[in-house]
Ligand binder design. Structure first.
Ligand SMILES: NC(=O)c1ccc[n+]([C@@H]2O[C@H](COP(=O)([O-])OP(=O)(O)OC[C@H]3O[C@@H](n4cnc5c(N)ncnc54)[C@H](OP(=O)(O)O)[C@@H]3O)[C@@H](O)[C@H]2O)c1
Length: 344
């Protein structure tokens, strides 16, 4: 089977040439306590690039190692685990069509609708947007929310959740087309393009009398500009820093930040979704209801074939995506949506 490896660790922007495809022996039958899985959908995340820079919440990914990512997969065989073949599970796995994993490392998916939804609004993106905005950001109705990478996977959901909770929503993206779509289709009240030469002035004008919650997906100069727009007692939710993942060196900081935090009494807080697992089921309940009622739209950018994964990751980092990027590696398990019966 094919596996995609990181052939060379990038110093600057990631390119397709940093990857290679290697033919490896097909995984054998699972050992005791293991499951053999067939990859169906591969999630493409900016974090995949951050792992190549340094140890993050996992060890650094080095040249010669298989690329890894979060996948949804079908269990095709198991050995003494109790997991029923045909079940759909989520786990971290190599960029590969088949893989063996310990049963404790896979999480059964309680399927609601198309599997793609379980990587977008009903998956980590939706959960990240929900807990980041409502728990970490402590959003209240009537407040103003600013979100960066607003046309991206987490960002377009942050904007819609904020709107549903009664906030005024301003989005930042790197494309006028994305911004037009966010306003016309997803109910954002205003948008700004971070590539505009007049970005700071345009942001000031869009933010009017200030921002209560800034949901930061990108860090760097966009974060600096956003901090200037915060209202007294505002909250800055640090979700990620995409602008730093693909840059040769980190933007220097945070020289002026403490003054802004003190004078405006801001709370600036980073978070990791896995620390909020107690809230996941309630969050999925509400997200699922909104999806069912058609009140929230999940934008999904689905590429086809394992070989498209490197370009998909390069595109996410460059902003050539709208919504959640994923790769369809294999067909849905037979039985379609009815396969949910097998899930635990
Ligand atoms: N804390 C957690 O537990 C957690 C969980 C999941 C994800 N995250 C983080 O959430 C953030 C968003 O992830 P995602 O999966 O939703 O990705 P995404 O927003 O779909 O893709 C990244 C976007 O970042 C923007 N971008 C790239 N370079 C930029 C730059 N130099 N300046 C400004 N914007 C830039 C691009 O859009 P535009 O340039 O068009 O705006 C691109 O589309 C990431 O930082 C990720 O690491 C955190």
């Amino acid at each position: 089977v094919n596996t995609i490896v990181l052939a060379e660790r990038p110093e600057g922007a990631l390119e397709e040439a940093h990857f290679s495809t290697v033919d490896v022996p097909a995984p054998s039958s699972p050992g005791p306590g293991e499951v053999l899985c067939r990859t169906v959908l591969l999630s493409i995340d900016p974090a995949n690039r951050a792992w190549m820079r340094q140890a993050t919440y996992r060890p650094r990914l080095d040249a010669g190692q298989p690329m890894e990512g979060f996948v949804l997969a079908e269990v095709v065989a198991q050995n003494g685990t109790g997991v029923i073949p045909g079940a759909v599970v989520g786990c971290t796995a190599p960029w590969q069509e088949y893989f063996v994993a310990p049963a404790q490392a896979v999480r059964p998916i309680r399927r609601r609708g198309p599997l793609e939804r379980h990587l977008s609004v009903l998956g980590f993106s939706g959960l990240t947007a929900y807990v980041g905005l409502l728990e970490v950001g402590a959003l209240e109705a009537g407040e103003t929310v600013l979100v960066s990478a607003a046309g991206g996977s987490v960002g377009h959901l942050v904007g819609q959740i904020a709107r549903l909770k009664g906030a005024r929503v301003i989005g930042i993206s790197g494309s006028d087309d994305k911004n037009a779509m966010l306003e016309a289709d997803l109910g954002f009240h205003a948008t700004v393009n971070h590539r505009s030469p007049r970005f700071a002035a345009e942001l000031r004008s869009a933010c009017g009398d200030g921002v209560d919650v800034y949901f930061d997906n990108v860090g760097g100069p966009v974060l600096s500009a956003a901090l200037e727009q915060m209202r007294t007692h505002g909250r800055v939710v640090c979700c990620g820093a995409v602008s730093q993942y693909d840059a040769p060196r980190a933007t220097p900081g945070p020289a002026g930040v403490p003054t802004i935090l003190v004078t405006k009494r801001l709370r600036m807080q980073g978070f990791l979704l896995q620390d909020h697992s107690k809230s996941w089921s309630a969050a999925l309940e509400e997200l699922g209801r909104w999806v069912g009622e058609g009140r929230i739209r999940a934008l999904e950018d689905v590429r086809v074939g394992l070989e498209s994964a490197p370009t998909a990751l390069v595109d996410v980092l460059a902003g050539r995506n709208v919504g959640k990027v994923m790769v369809r590696v294999g067909s849905d398990p037979a039985g379609g949506i009815g396969g949910a019966r097998r899930d635990r």
